[in-house]
Design a protein around this ligand. Structure first.
Ligand code: KG4
Ligand code: ZN
Length: 343
């Protein structure tokens, strides 16, 4: 089965070709240069750029896989969650091709794509706990089997990547901030400043696996305002901030693996590219007897291959979606966990 998958939920335009679930090409057109001057994604500019590059990106994916529209058997696209103006571009392109060619169409939840992205390179047995850390989302899921996910917790405010981006903006480092902070932090002292670590407590009946990153962002802003950070101290601020975020992520994640008694942990999303998070996760997991699997960088960040993989499984089961399927900015994934905290 030849599948074209499209992803445009945020600021990357991506297309991939999968043949029987195997990736033949995966093209990502990044918009970083467009949003860099603004220190964050400008939704209007993102959707305009998607419109400009969607067709060339699909053509590149077809050419790289040495195939054409005539050879396709099915089309998939992300239909949420994300920026609705961005989602609509990829979704409409996918539905238009499916309609004209009379092909089955599948809408994919972006979060499922991230959770399954690790399966693009190796077969990871279910169940596993998935920590999804990106610019738009931060949450913990229990992947019980293909298509069955339990939401263990999520951020109550900012996503982890968003915190990286906002702190980078504060330090005048531009967008996207994660990679810049990561590089800068390598020259800094992670113990230089003790930023607060938010620990969300559950009730007596329910355990909390939620995150909060708005407090640390404010703490860094206050520190910078009070101390008037010099260029030379940026590295210490970056390293101390990064350490606090990693502590919070791993603390809650390891609590969740213990509570669910699952000994496999997958970390996905753009922040999984962090060079300090990777070894620290390995360390924390080894202590707890948990195996950690992190996808290659190209599959951590947004891509269409992961969308194609999620779609392939549904198509194999004979499922597809009607062309009336709409984009949803707030599409949720999985069932809520019984053990999630009371709101
Ligand atoms: O998964 P992704 O490409 O897009 C979303 O779905 O959001 O994640 C992008 C996020 C950005 O916030 C970016 O700053 C962050 O991932 N990021 C990093 C690193 N590389 C990218 N954060 C920390 N360390 C990195 N090395
Ligand atoms: Zn993403």
């Amino acid at each position: 089965m030849n599948l074209l998958a499209i992803e445009s939920s945020c600021d990357d335009t991506a297309a991939a070709i999968l043949v029987d679930g195997e990736v033949r090409s995966s093209i990502v057109a990044s918009q970083d240069g467009i949003h860099h001057p603004y220190g964050g994604i400008v939704p209007e500019l993102a959707s305009r750029r998607h419109i400009q590059v969607i067709t060339p990106t699909i053509e590149r994916a077809l050419a790289a896989a040495d195939t054409s529209l005539d050879d396709l058997d099915a089309i998939a696209a992300t239909n949420g969650p994300g920026l609705v103006g961005s989602l609509l571009v990829g979704l409409c392109a996918a539905k238009a091709i499916a309609f004209v060619r009379g092909l089955p169409f599948v809408g994919v939840n972006h979060l499922e794509g991230h959770i399954l992205s690790v399966q693009l390179e190796q077969s990871v047995p279910f169940p596993y706990v998935a920590l999804l850390v990106s610019g738009g989302h931060t949450g913990l899921y229990l992947a019980e089997e293909l298509g069955r996910y339990r939401r263990l917790g999520s951020t109550r405010d900012d996503a982890a990547g968003e915190a990286f981006d906002k702190v980078a903006k504060l330090l005048g480092l531009g967008y996207p901030g994660g990679r810049v902070i990561d590089e800068l932090a390598q020259r800094g002292d992670p113990t230089a400043i003790r930023f607060p670590r938010a620990r969300l407590k559950g009730s007596r009946r329910h355990q909390a696996f939620d995150f909060s990153f708005s407090g640390i962002k404010t703490a860094v802003a206050l520190y910078v305002r009070e101390h008037g950070v010099e260029e030379t101290e940026h590295a210490d601020v970056a390293a101390s901030f990064q350490e606090a975020v990693i502590d919070m992520l791993l603390d809650t994640t390891m609590t969740a693996t213990r509570a669910t008694a699952v000994d496999r942990l997958v970390i996905a999303g753009g922040v999984a590219a962090n060079s300090r998070l990777r070894p620290r996760a390995q360390e924390a997991a080894a202590d707890a007897g948990v195996e950690v699997i992190i996808p290659a960088l190209r599959y951590c960040t947004d891509n269409a291959a992961m969308i194609g993989l999620a779609a392939s499984h549904r198509l194999q089961r004979g499922e597809s979606d009607p062309l009336t399927l709409n984009a949803s900015a707030t599409l949720e994934l999985g069932t809520a966990n019984d053990a999630s905290p009371e709101q």
